[in-house]
Design a protein around this ligand. Structure first.
Ligand code: ADP
Length: 270
């Protein structure tokens, strides 16, 4: 049992015994022979916020999808909270998990997409209640109480009975965050959650994400919002062309990048 005193210099990063909640080793993924992830190593400790930065096409979304097993990996291993995700061994043999195992693991991981994908025919409250009731079989009365609290937390208590089409994009994305949180996940994945929004709506979503980070949620965030990454991330990973070019605290990776590719990317962002 390792000593729980471990500090790694990050603000909230020590976590439970310093054991990573996500432990990814040498992850490879190709689509039709096109290698998109070329050996990604990444650790995310409980309570950490990790931002994935990098140019379009560098593999950030694919990596997130691998963590959630929306994509299978061709090589390497990913553990989430100690559970090994499906993988392919050195002989090329797939080690599938059963559908039941995959479903159980996914229940623990919330994902927020660029597009909010709310159910248009359901009220906001019903959207937030849907998965805990249908997937987990929780009691409606308990779920409703939690859903109301979550809507309050994202500043949308008064929209409980509205339909998604009546909300702005920023409001819909906040509902999508509440919906993911309703499953009480141990990990939240965000895939460019503000990039489909009008600029004036970005701030309200980032505010909700900041509060979530401050509450201790473990988060992996693909984003082009440099100010958010700089202020909220404990750890920043810069990817390019399927590899991790550099990673570290934001004051290093964003404030004092060591690699030309990182510098070139950051200068385009400013
Ligand atoms: P990023 O999130 O950094 O923009 P992506 O992970 O979305 O990068 O994409 C990395 C590369 O993988 C891109 O070249 C993209 O076209 C390719 N890719 C992603 N998903 C698929 C897929 N399902 N089939 C084929 N190619 C894909």
């Amino acid at each position: 049992e390792p000593a729980a005193t471990g500090r790694d210099g990050d603000a909230r990063g020590a976590g439970r015994d310093g054991i990573p909640l996500v432990h990814a080793v040498n992850v490879h993924k190709a689509f039709h022979g096109n290698e998109v992830l070329k050996g990604i190593d990444m650790d995310v400790r409980q309570g950490q916020v990790v931002c994935l930065l990098g140019p379009s096409g560098s593999g950030k979304t694919t990596f997130l999808r691998c963590i959630n097993q929306l994509e299978s990996i061709d090589g390497g291993r990913i553990w989430v909270d100690g559970d090994l995700m499906g993988y392919r061994d050195a002989g090329g043999r797939l080690h599938h998990l059963t559908d039941k195992q995959v479903a159980a693991q996914r229940r623990e991981i919330g994902m927020v997409f660029q597009r909010f994908n709310l159910f248009p025919h359901m009220t906001v409250l019903a959207n937030v209640m849907e998965a805990p009731v249908q997937v987990k079989g929780e009691r409606k009365t308990e779920v409703k109480e939690r859903a109301v609290q979550l809507l309050d937390r994202v500043g949308l208590a008064e929209k409980a009975d509205a339909y998604p089409g009546q909300l702005s994009g920023g409001q819909q994305q906040r509902v999508a965050i509440a919906r993911a949180l309703a499953m009480q996940p141990k990990l939240m994945l965000f895939d460019e959650p503000t990039s489909a929004l009008d600029p004036e709506l970005v701030g309200e979503v980032l505010t909700v994400m900041r509060e979530l980070a401050a509450s201790g949620m473990t988060m992996i965030v693909v984003t082009h919002e440099m100010a958010f990454a700089r202020e909220v991330a404990d750890h920043v990973v810069f990817m390019d062309a399927g590899v991790v070019v550099e990673q570290g605290p934001p004051r290093e990776v964003i404030g004092n990048p060591q690699h030309d590719r990182t510098r070139a990317f950051l200068s385009r962002m400013r």
